[in-house]
Design a protein around this ligand. Structure first.
Ligand code: KIV
Length: 279
């Protein structure tokens, strides 16, 4: 049973209907085993282009390709039973024209089976979002800090302080008007994200945007303590799996070096034991 209480996977319309209801729970996922766990607890699994930094060691999300998103999208879909999978459109796959965006969004949906895509940008992407949504592509928008624009934004900074607040509000209204079924607010000051959440009729999903959004998203490897290259203030670590992995791998290396692993129970006998006894 899905988190919305139905026996089928969550769909964009279910997320839209959750506005003002219980908080929408979102995590990223990039692989089948993690997707199987996330699927049990979350409403949406986001195959974020953060996969480039988190799993592929890229310095930013700019080098992520359509092929990477489709490969990881298919892996996550194999682990999805009840939550909705949303796949990020990578940098360069949608900004040129609405037609380019449709071609690539349709390819992502056809080749992965995911029911929705996410793309970054506010007012300047509204025409593209409208083009997609009118043609059967549900879109989750993403405004505030948009990491694909890190080079024009001048870093991974809070977006929406002082004179910028009105622009972020206008971005939110523009993507809603264009037909987005929800919008990610990244690194937006808490008061502003609260005002946007109140004003919009579509759900807001916050990351570093405070507690007043309709839902929350984190990068799964961040909250598990697996991705430790940097630690933004908005990430709470709910586990220390990186440390646990380090300790486990150190113990393995030590046992191999001291010939304590493998032990007899991990080896195979040369002769099969008679039936009824253990081999
Ligand atoms: O790529 C990503 O993981 C994202 C989320 C952090 C919102 O866009």
């Amino acid at each position: 049973m899905s988190a919305t209480g139905s026996l089928r996977p969550v769909l964009p319309a279910d997320i839209l209907a959750r506005k003002g209801d219980t908080p929408i729970v979102v995590l990223t996922a990039y692989t089948t085993p993690i997707a199987r766990i996330v699927d049990r607890h979350c409403d949406i699994m986001l195959v974020g282009d953060s996969v480039g930094m988190v799993l592929h060691g890229l310095p930013s999300t700019l080098g992520v390709t359509m092929e990477m998103m489709i490969l990881h999208g298919r892996a996550v879909m194999r682990g999805a039973q009840k939550s909705m999978v949303v796949i990020d459109m990578p940098f360069g796959s949608y900004e040129e024209s609405p037609e380019q965006a449709f071609r690539n969004a349709a390819r992502i949906m056809a080749e992965t089976g995911a029911p929705a895509v996410k793309l970054e940008g506010g007012q300047h992407m509204a025409e593209t979002i409208a083009f997609l949504t009118k043609r059967g592509v549900p879109v989750m928008a993403h405004i505030g800090l948009t990491p694909q624009s890190v080079n024009t934004l001048g870093g991974y900074k809070v977006v929406g302080r002082d004179g910028e607040a009105e622009k972020v509000m206008d971005d939110a209204l523009a993507v809603q008007e264009a037909g987005a079924f929800s919008v990610v607010l990244e690194k937006v000051p808490e008061g502003l994200s609260g005002r946007i959440t109140q004003r919009l009729s579509i759900p807001t999903i916050g990351i570093g945007a405070g507690a007043r959004c309709d839902g929350q998203v984190l990068v799964v490897d961040d909250m598990l303590g697996l991705f430790t290259d940097f630690r933004p203030k908005f990430v709470k670590r709910f586990g220390e799996l990186g440390q646990a992995a380090d300790e486990a791998i150190a113990a393995y290396a030590d046992e191999v070096r001291h010939r304590r692993f493998p032990a007899p129970e991990h080896a195979f006998a040369d002769v099969l034991a008679p039936k009824g006894t253990k081999s």
